[in-house]
Ligand binder design. Structure first.
Ligand code: FAD
Length: 637
């Protein structure tokens, strides 16, 4: 049965034809089957159908004003010219309208085959059932409310929560861990993005900051948290970062204090350099370009993915279990050491007795869809929900501290693309982030990158019509590389309209914009020095294109706003940061929340400021340290 949901089917049909004309290797897609695919999504998500219908009406009306005929009745060339001419707000509306149609195109079996992109991976029918899995209880398997007693209850199984769980369970304490997401293993990691994003990401990966630009900052919801969807780069915080922490008054955080914790984390994560075979051609291009412009610190990145065979799917659940995200490293070890994990339970309420916190209540759903409450009474409660949700949870539970939710840093990240007609990057068979250039690390600029899935390539640009088809066709000949900056801007997190969408404000300041532009400039220079035919600089409004350094300088001189670039971020930190007192922080250096007893924060939110390197190792090291000290106190009493 055809799942008809859209009212403006003829306009949608005409829109698809104009948006995706035939190219050299890609034929024009069958508009009817793309529309069927989009309509099947609309049938599942009523809001999507209504939104698309509204945008199709606007498109038709706007076209009618200029052409005195309906969009669907106009000749193809006229429709294409019209789409290519839309800029500003109208361009943004076109972008919004094209999203589901692009997604359908970029997952079409025929398109994938022609671009030599595998669609998904073969998953094992069964895997060995380890003993620790008996320690996992899902809300769906409970029949009614329950109450448990523990020494420690931990909320969240990401970098911070899982590391704390292993440490405390290893000390012989009774540990209960709550996770809102579900436990998945590699039988679930099919590599098909339309299945993996709803399974592993919170809010379909649409969490974002709002300020002088919009910055998407995706986070995970599953056992493993954001580590299940991260890129696997594993680096300890450099000595300069620790020196900055000490300058804030956190004097205990010396190199000698942190070194053993970092070493423990590196061992558990089995960190080693990326295998150059799977870094691939992008490593050669960047090394060559970097050396030609005078950089020398090029390197295969240290990663927590021993035996990785470069399937390009780190951010969608590692299909081989090579990546040591906490779902395969810390959590199994914690459960083996006796911790209990409850999945599908969302912590909602702290149990309070005056200023003492005595545990937490969590809500889930039984298999029959009935609400079920799990109450965990504990001597210590560790909040590890990540930098967006930990502060909001504390606010909703009556914690009032001046720095709560403030001091958000995110390591804004940029990407630059380049066309190398004679090189093939083979994106889907490489490590997504396997190579780095560290010459400007001390100035807060780190270059890291590798590859991108086809869907990312085809979604992150404002093109339409023939230029879009050409761009998609060039996927395997397009280099992708990125950088991130150690930001000085600070954002703020507050409760939002929906629990999954806290209100996150972040305004990029001029210092950071200048550093960001430097990142774009140096990366573009690397490409040009390596022989790129054309360099593309993605922006929210347009995709800049330069072919030489003069054009690059002219382009960057004109770019004055963060909106002139496409900025993303992956490392939110600091919203419950450690500090010497409550004027400067939310917790003390042992992670205890100021003004409370028995309440701790151990995740990215407790990290005091941006690190300048990828954060998972530091979050795990700090959480291990905090949990070790807490465990020693609890064991004595
Ligand atoms: C695409 C991407 C790539 C990245 N690549 C890298 C990389 O290469 N290297 C690196 O070091 N870092 C990387 N990161 C960042 C890194 O993974 C995170 O910084 C880290 O996982 C954060 O740890 P956390 O403990 O603060 O939170 P998370 O890992 O986000 O864990 C929080 C957990 O708490 C759960 N939770 C939240 N609210 C509740 C509730 N009410 N009840 C129960 N459970 C709840 C969530 O579901 C989640 O599982 C990347 C991030 C992304 C998005």
């Amino acid at each position: 049965m055809k799942p008809t949901n859209l009212h403006h089917v003829a306009t949608a049909h005409a829109f698809i034809e104009a948006l995706f004309p035939a190219g050299t290797t890609l034929p024009a897609p069958d508009a009817g089957s793309l529309l069927n695919e989009v309509e099947s999504w609309c049938a599942r998500q009523g809001g999507l159908g209504r939104g698309l219908d509204a945008l199709l009406t606007v498109l038709d009306a706007r076209f009618f004003l200029g052409h005195r005929q309906r969009f669907a009745n106009a000749p193809l060339s006229e429709r294409q010219q019209f789409l290519e001419s839309l800029t500003g707000i109208q361009g943004s509306l076109l972008q919004g309208l094209s999203v589901p149609f692009r997604m359908a195109l970029l997952q079409d079996e025929g398109v994938l085959a022609r671009l030599n992109v595998p669609n998904g991976v073969r998953v094992p029918a069964d895997i060995e059932r380890a003993r620790w899995r008996q320690q996992i209880t899902d809300a769906g398997s409970l029949e009614g409310d329950d109450t448990l007693e523990a020494d420690v209850v931990i909320i969240g199984t990401g970098a911070g929560g899982a590391a704390a769980a292993l440490e405390l369970a290893s000390q012989g304490l009774a540990v209960v861990v709550l996770e809102e997401g579900r436990y998945h293993d590699r039988r679930d990691f099919t590599g098909r993005l339309t299945e993996m994003i709803p399974l592993l990401y919170r809010a379909m990966g649409l969490t974002a900051t709002i300020g002088n630009t919009v910055i998407p900052v995706p986070i995970g919801r599953n056992v493993g948290g954001t580590t299940t969807i991260n890129s696997g780069t594993a680096m300890a915080a450099p000595p300069e970062t620790l020196a900055r922490w000490r300058a804030l008054g956190l004097r205990e955080l010396t190199d000698a204090e942190m070194a053993p914790y970092n070493a423990e984390v590196m061992e558990i994560l089995q960190v080693q350099k990326a295998d150059p075979r799977y870094v691939g051609e992008i490593g050669n291009v960047i090394r060559d370009g970097a050396n030609r412009i005078g950089f020398v610190q090029t390197h295969d990145l240290p990663r927590n993915a021993v035996g990785c065979d470069g399937q390009g799917l780190c951010q969608f659940g590692c299909p081989t279990d090579a990546k040591q995200s906490t779902n395969v490293s810390y959590m199994p070890r914690a459960l083996d050491a006796g911790a209990f994990l409850f999945t599908g339970f969302k912590a909602t309420e702290l149990l309070r007795n005056g200023t003492t916190i005595e545990g937490v209540k969590a809500e889930g759903k039984t298999a029959a869809g009935k609400p079920v409450t799990l109450t965990v009474r504990a001597r210590a409660t560790i909040v590890a929900m990540g930098s967006f949700l930990s502060p909001v949870f504390l606010m909703r539970n009556g914690i009032r501290l001046p720095q709560l939710g403030r001091q958000l840093s995110i390591h804004p990240a940029g990407a630059v693309l380049a066309h190398f007609p004679d090189r093939t990057f083979d994106h889907s068979r490489r490590i997504p982030q396997g190579f780095g250039v560290a010459d400007l690390a001390a100035e807060g600029l780190m270059f890291e990158g590798g590859t991108i899935p086809l869907i990312g390539h085809g979604m992150m640009n404002p093109m339409a019509g023939a230029p879009y088809t050409r761009f998609v066709e060039n996927y395997q000949h397009t280099a992708y590389f990125g950088f991130m900056i150690r930001d000085t801007s600070r954002g703020r997190v507050r409760p939002g309209p929906h629990p999954d969408f806290p209100f996150i404000s972040y305004w990029m300041n001029q210092t950071d914009l200048a550093l960001f532009k430097r990142g774009v400039r140096e990366l573009s220079r690397m490409y040009l020095a390596a022989g790129a035919k054309e360099v593309w600089i993605p922006g929210l409004r347009k995709m800049g294109s330069v072919r030489n350094e003069q054009a690059l300088d002219a382009y960057l001189n004109k770019a004055r706003s963060p909106r002139d670039f496409t900025i993303t971020a992956y490392h939110p930190l600091g919203t419950c940061q450690m500090g010497v007192n409550e004027k400067y922080g939310v917790t003390d250096s042992s992670h205890q929340v100021f003004g409370t007893k028995g309440l701790y924060v151990m995740d990215g939110s407790s990290v005091p400021g941006p690190l300048g390197v990828n954060p998972q190792v530091s979050i795990m090291a700090l959480a291990t340290r905090g949990a070790r000290k807490l465990g020693m106190v609890l064991s004595k009493n």
